[in-house]
Design a protein around this ligand. Structure first.
Ligand SMILES: Cc1cc2nc3c(=O)[nH]c(=O)nc-3n(C[C@H](O)[C@H](O)[C@H](O)COP(=O)(O)O)c2cc1C
Length: 387
């Protein structure tokens, strides 16, 4: 990210999660309730575990905003971990006497950062790995993305998502990219964020049946953005290509294992003549496209069509019926530990995916229409070349 940078800090059961977002223009009106709404959306979804019942995430803004508007300085934000009250001793920042130290965790869980993380950092206590590799970090990313989302909405850019698969249950719903706001509101009404009412119950059943078996499930999510101007990103160098930047951001979400732009893997199964989107003269003299298999990106740039991204989430790694593992202290074969966990977090991951996409798009937008304040950006944006 070039114009908009962010850093996050904080452990899953530490006192708080902290984020810093740098590069926002001055003069952007900030609606804190809007950010908290995004945090709430991330906490919901059928299949989530006990932790989300303890937390009720709310952002506290510590800098970068004055009288409700950004002032061009870094934004610092904080989300309190309510569960910290129960973990004060186990997560103590201060050193504590040896007899009081909590028992070390030495059994890594398959599918988690536990094994490689403990070896990499030389920890005898895997708790040090678990705390930061946890997806709890995505709450502060979602908070920071609230700023990006509000910036993008100034220019009519809307981002939404829905769940298209859970385990083997597929939704046939065709997302209306002309009305992402309404589609998203409707997806939020579903416990699994599925827009196909017939499929919704089947998805819920798939989660229930996994839970009954002590198992977990993953799925697939479609994320879309509309209102994007032509030419965000660039073909000129590998690290400026927007599809590459989006893929990297999506893969940074815990448990996301595949990213597709537009028709994605389907491209490999079809002829070129079937897939490429014809360039057409429309009646009003503007250029339009015959289809949108490219998902709104050609040559690493937005092409004026809606952006469509699909991602695949693996099944949750923590299993009530654990897989084989090895106790790193004794070297003995044992069953992995179970740590309180979701059975399915695909609906929540869809909100995180919207969040990371907002941050990427706000950065790409600022790269193209840069200005120190919102009005300068608006002037630059209004002078853009259109299709
Ligand atoms: C919103 C969200 C919630 C998650 N909740 C859990 C969970 O409760 N239990 C779990 O084992 N993994 C959960 N994960 C996934 C793990 O964090 C992830 O699989 C793990 O850190 C290993 O990273 P990797 O899958 O990217 O390799 C969640 C992921 C997301 C995006």
């Amino acid at each position: 990210m070039n114009r908009l940078r962010y850093l996050t800090a904080g452990e899953s059961h530490g006192k708080a999660l902290i984020g810093i977002l740098e590069g926002l223009p001055a003069g952007l009106e900030i609606n804190i309730d809007g950010i908290n709404k995004q945090l709430k959306r991330r906490q919901l979804g059928y299949g989530r575990g006990g932790r989300m019942k303890i937390e009720s995430d709310r952002v506290e803004i510590l800098s970068g905003v004055r009288f409700g508007k950004t002032i061009g300085t870094p934004v610092a934000a904080r989300i309190e971990n309510k569960d910290w009250e129960n973990w004060k001793k186990r997560m103590s920042v201060a050193n504590i006497p040896k007899p009081d130290l909590p028992e070390e965790i030495s059994i890594p869980r398959p599918g988690h950062a536990d094994l490689a993380g403990a070896i990499k950092f030389g920890f005898s206590d895997i708790r040090n790995v678990i705390e930061r590799s946890s997806a709890r970090e995505t709450s502060i990313r979602t908070a920071l993305s609230g700023f990006a989302r509000q910036f993008l909405s100034e220019f009519g850019i809307v981002i939404g998502s829905h769940v298209v698969e859970i385990h083997s249950v597929k939704s046939g719903y065709v997302f209306n990219t002309d009305d992402i706001e309404i589609e998203s509101i409707n997806a939020d009404k579903s416990q699994v964020r599925c827009l196909d009412k017939d499929t919704e119950d089947e998805m819920i059943n798939a989660i229930d049946s996994a839970r009954e078996k002590g198992d977990t499930v993953g799925g697939r999510i479609e994320i879309a953005a509309s209102g994007l101007p032509v030419g965000l990103g660039s073909y000129t160098h590998w690290d400026r290509k927007l599809d590459g930047i989006i893929a990297s951001a999506m893969m940074s979400i815990p448990a996301i294992k595949a990213v597709e732009i537009g028709a994605g893997i389907e491209y490999g199964r079809k002829f070129g003549s079937e897939m490429h989107d014809p360039i057409l003269n429309s009646e009003n003299g503007n250029i339009s496209r015959g289809s949108n298999n490219s998902g709104g990106i050609e040559g690493g740039m937005t092409n004026g069509q809606p952006l469509v991204v699909r991602i695949t989430m693996k099944p949750i790694s923590s299993l009530i019926t654990p897989l084989d593992s090895v106790d790193l202290k004794t070297g003995k074969s044992v069953k992995a530990r179970f740590e309180r966990s979701d059975v399915c977090a695909v609906p929540a991951a869809s909100i995180v995916a919207e969040a990371v996409l907002s941050l990427v798009l706000a950065d790409a937008f600022l790269e193209k229409f840069y200005g120190d304040n919102l009005e300068d950006i608006r002037k630059s944006y209004n002078g853009r070349r259109r299709l």
